[in-house]
Design a protein around this ligand. Structure first.
Ligand SMILES: Nc1ncnc2c1ncn2[C@@H]1O[C@H](COP(=O)(O)OP(=O)(O)OP(=O)(O)O)[C@@H](O)[C@H]1O
Ligand SMILES: [Mg+2]
Length: 326
């Protein structure tokens, strides 16, 4: 994407510059497409000064003929999509369900009840992402954004060791951050791009993506506000995934909908906002000692399901005897 740095914009003082950077805006294009009310919330000031700032960014892009250059030929888009990488989960079954593994330039959401393996998949991916692309990895490090205090370096070390990887180097290439509330999560997501670029990160995990927003915005009256903030956060994540060719793995909880008469009464939390934002949605269920994964939503795969297991080496295909008999 052709873009200008904020410094190229005339008349922005150092304080505004800092506030814009803090709001995750580093370029003229990002400012030009900002939503006035959101920006006002984020950087303070009044409506008039915020609109002026956005207008001046738009004018600058137009004067430099950059808007026309935003049109991308499909052939070029195809080239960029060819750079998509797929990260192995450690299970051939699960990889096949995903069309080869967890994809870059996409948001992949795993949802399911407690103990269905969401966090185990996340830990396994942190290790496998570091393999070279020819070996099924993404050739880069991982960021683990932990909202539930369930990231365990010991478990990552155990998985790496069981797989015969260099344990120390695997641990060094995974950074994690413990998130305390929804505003903290939003702040971290705003700052992701720079970190990813500087540290060759190829995988971002958010475990779990909406638990904090759910806990904090519980009344009916605050639902619209919650969904709007969640929407903003998810779109930031998708943009980062596309621009930096990064895989984003989200975990999500389920809610029970007792008014369902037919079928399974459990649904993923997060409503339409998360449903629209996730490129792939995989529903995890327990099945005896093993796990069943169901591809619920995908732009290119049919509805399908498969089985996998969790062992010392993380996600595997080694199903229990009971599952094999079925
Ligand atoms: N070292 C291990 N060896 C074998 N199985 C393990 C190991 N560690 C965890 N497990 C399995 O993984 C399960 C926990 O899965 P996980 O923590 O991924 O669930 P989750 O879907 O993230 O749940 P929650 O919604 O509570 O976060 C355990 O119940 C156990 O069956
Ligand atoms: Mg978990």
């Amino acid at each position: 994407m052709i873009d200008l740095r904020l410094d190229d914009l005339e008349g922005i003082g150092p304080v505004t510059m800092r506030k814009l950077n803090e709001a995750g805006i580093d370029s003229v294009l990002q400012l030009a497409v900002a939503i006035p009310d959101e920006l006002m919330d984020e950087i303070g000031g009044n409506r008039e000064s915020t609109s002026e700032l956005i207008t001046s960014a738009r004018k600058t892009l137009q004067e430099n003929n950059l808007v026309e250059q935003e049109f991308v030929p499909a052939s070029e888009a195809l080239e960029w999509r060819k750079s998509i990488l797929r990260c192995t989960t450690g299970s051939e079954n699960l990889d096949a369900l995903l069309g080869g593994g967890v994809e870059t330039q996409a948001l992949t959401e795993f949802y399911g009840e407690f103990g269905t393996g969401k966090t185990q998949i996340a830990h396994t991916l942190c290790a496998t992402a570091q393999l070279a692309p020819e070996e099924g990895g993404l050739g880069g490090g991982a960021i683990y954004i932990d909202t539930e205090s369930t990231f365990r370096p010991e478990r990552l070390a155990q998985i790496a060791e069981a797989k015969g990887y260099d344990k120390q180097s695997v641990l060094e290439n995974v950074v994690f951050t413990r998130v305390f509330n929804s505003a903290h999560l939003e702040l971290i997501i705003q700052s992701l791009a720079k970190y990813i670029e500087q540290n060759n990160v190829k995988l971002v995990i958010v475990d779990s993506v909406i638990s904090l927003h759910r806990a904090e915005f519980s009344g009916r009256g605050t639902l619209a506000d919650r969904q709007q903030r969640l929407n903003r956060l998810l779109h930031r994540l998708l943009r980062v995934a596309e621009i930096y060719n990064v895989a984003v793995m989200l975990t999500n909880q389920v809610i029970s909908t007792p008014d369902t008469f037919f079928g399974d009464p459990t649904k993923p939390a997060g409503g339409n906002v998360l449903a629209h934002a996730s490129t792939y949605r995989i529903y995890l269920r327990k099945s005896g000692r093993d796990r069943k994964a169901i591809m619920v939503d995908s732009p290119s795969h049919p509805y399908s399901e498969t089985m996998f297991a969790i062992s010392e080496s993380g996600v595997t295909d080694q199903l229990s005897k009971e599952s094999k008999k079925k």
